[in-house]
Design a protein around this ligand. Structure first.
Ligand code: CDV
Length: 311
């Protein structure tokens, strides 16, 4: 009996500073219903899906930026989404800014949560590869202050058993680092879910616009192929108060092929009927990790971060 499941990716168009969380959640619910109508059992929503991409702005006092954060799970703003998903029997991935009392102090993370089709919280992931800076660079066009507002995630790259297969989560910049996906694949992940907010202009250096989408796609396609897993990638995109972000939400098969891709920079649902045994076949053959990996030669990957040229 082949294992098949329809997965949906719900891309979000812009969320402006003036937009309320209630209005955003209403948009998420509309897309959830559309996904269910197309037979989807799971929906992947973007990174920081409840607000504008606030790390582009400089705030000093926590009371000025706490409005972007969620406390509790579900937070009050999330309750209607959790309730609707449970009633529809649809599982989902949702990115949000998390504020939590932990280890005797207030901590803030760029987080995603995985909720099962029965409404049960399966687990969280806290973003590890935080891009940008802690201090402003002084150019409002290119500020990206994730290191200011968030701590590096402390949960590793966990994976979660679901009725549709084992799911691993990551967030945006994590997709540029192959270690992210390999660590999840080594735990048996068959489906990677991720949300992203990727500025259309590179925050590091000027480059041709087409490279932004190319590198996004390249990262996801190689992650899918090299780990024989499905990738569900959801953008928040379009111009948020004039700050443009790429779309390109997509579902990638374990062969590395993009099987469906969003065409707009607005709210848009894409779906695909995924054959989960396709990945299992590749993991028994070309990517049979147990037979072919040579860990005795991979030590440097966990022993050093930067380049150290041998003497
Ligand atoms: N939100 C992100 O993590 N954005 C990064 C940008 C800043 C490079 C990304 O990888 O798309």
């Amino acid at each position: 009996m082949p294992r098949r499941e329809v997965f949906a990716v719900a891309q979000l168009g812009p969320i402006h500073l003036a937009d309320t969380k209630d209005a955003v959640v209403a948009r998420l619910i509309e897309m959830l219903r559309e996904a269910k109508g197309r037979g989807a059992g799971w929906v992947t929503f973007p990174e920081l899906a409840l607000t504008t991409f606030f790390p582009r702005y400089l705030y000093d006092a926590p009371e000025d930026y706490d409005v972007f954060f969620e406390e509790g799970l579900p937070s009050p703003a999330m309750v209607p989404l959790f309730e609707e998903a449970r009633q529809l029997g649809v599982g989902f991935y949702l990115g949000y800014a998390e504020k939590v009392e932990q280890d005797g102090r207030t901590r803030r993370f760029n987080t995603s949560v995985l909720v099962g089709p029965d409404g049960k919280i399966l687990g969280q992931y806290r973003k590890i590869h935080l891009p940008g800076t802690k201090e402003p660079i002084g150019d409002p066009e290119f500020e990206h202050l994730e290191k200011r507002y968030f701590e590096v995630g402390d949960l590793g790259f966990p994976t979660f058993a679901t009725p549709s297969g084992r799911v691993g989560m990551c967030i945006c910049n994590d997709r540029r680092w192959p270690e992210t996906f390999r660590v999840m694949a080594l735990q048996g992940a068959e489906i990677f879910m991720l949300g992203y907010n990727t500025p259309t202009r590179n925050i590091h250096h000027a480059e041709p616009a087409h490279l932004r989408e190319f590198h996004h796609s390249l990262s996801l396609q190689s992650a899918a192929y090299q780990n024989a897993s499905w990738v569900m990638a959801a953008a928040k995109c379009g111009a948020e108060d004039g700050f443009a972000m790429i779309g390109g939400s997509m579902i990638v098969a374990p062969t590395g092929e993009v099987v469906t891709r969003a065409t707009s920079e607005e709210d848009e649902v894409i779906t695909y009927d995924c054959d989960l045994d396709l990945g299992a076949y590749l993991r028994r053959t070309v990517f049979d990790f147990a037979r072919h990996r040579r860990i005795e030669h991979y030590g440097l990957i966990t022993q050093q971060t930067g380049i150290e040229v041998p003497k």
